[in-house]
Design a protein around this ligand. Structure first.
Ligand code: ADP
Ligand code: ADP
Length: 216
């Protein structure tokens, strides 16, 4: 059992790898991005508050995402948690440490998924996901076997994200470099950081992550 963070810019491959770890290791993915998107889809108060911010590619407030994570942590996870897209600021990182400590748990590894910025445009603009089971696809690197149908659950409800365009990606990348990239140094100093090459193919990235997990 291990609690890990997947850290990397939008399009680095965090969601793809988190979904695989859920299947192979019984871990539970906690994606604040997915939780927020669900709130928007359901039209909740929270969804209405964050919709515009997310459409612009800016970060929502720390309080909101810390609250979402806290609620999920109490549900527990047999194989441990995969934090995907959280924390994204130093405040969120401190809060996560405190929450885990209070529950008698700890963070076991932070895996930085290294990709170069030029690759991210192609990653993000080609991305689509299954609206039913959340499987992640790509027009070029990971198409569905049957066009228009999810390989995993057979749903034909395949979706693209409104914020996955080149213009919004620029804002999202700027937010990443200004607010999230300091976490690399933060977790290095805590002795928790490992880096993997996120530009390798999906299977090779998975193997590299498995090697880190096997050492925890
Ligand atoms: P990606 O998969 O491209 O990294 P996410 O799905 O994780 O993007 O997040 C989508 C959007 O949700 C972000 O652009 C941001 O507006 C909001 N968001 C998600 N997680 C956080 C967080 N931890 N802190 C602040 N905002 C967040
Ligand atoms: P993130 O959650 O970090 O934003 P995703 O896992 O959603 O990233 O991946 C972004 C896009 O890149 C998706 O379309 C996905 O299918 C594709 N992708 C993910 N990992 C790889 C990889 N190693 N090689 C090529 N394409 C990938």
């Amino acid at each position: 059992m291990a609690n890990i963070i997947l850290l990397g810019p939008p399009g680095a491959g965090k969601g793809t790898q988190a979904k695989r770890l859920e299947q192979t290791r019984g871990m539970v993915q906690l994606s604040t991005g997915d939780m927020l998107k669900e709130a928007i889809a359901k039209g909740t108060e929270l969804g209405k508050r964050v919709e515009g911010i997310m459409a612009r590619g800016e970060l929502v407030t720390d309080e909101i995402v810390i609250g979402l994570i806290e609620a999920k942590l109490h549900e527990g996870a047999r194989g441990g948690f995969i934090f995907d897209g959280f924390p994204r600021t130093l405040r969120q990182a401190d809060a996560l440490g405190e929450l885990l400590q209070r529950m008698g748990q700890k963070l076991d590894a932070v895996i930085e998924m290294q990709v170069d910025d030029a690759a991210l445009v192609a990653r993000v603009t080609g991305r689509f996901t299954c609206g039913n089971c959340g499987a992640v696809y790509h027009d070029v690197t990971r198409p569905t076997k049957v066009a228009g149908t999810c390989d995993v659950c057979g749903s034909t409800n395949l979706k693209r994200r409104a914020d996955d365009n080149e213009e919004t990606l620029k804002t999202r990348l700027m937010e990443y470099y200004k607010k999230t990239s300091p976490l690399i140094g933060y977790y290095y100093a805590k002795g928790l950081l490992s880096a993997v090459d996120g530009l390798a193919d999906v299977g090779q990235v998975a193997d590299a992550i498995d090697r880190v997990l096997d050492k925890t």
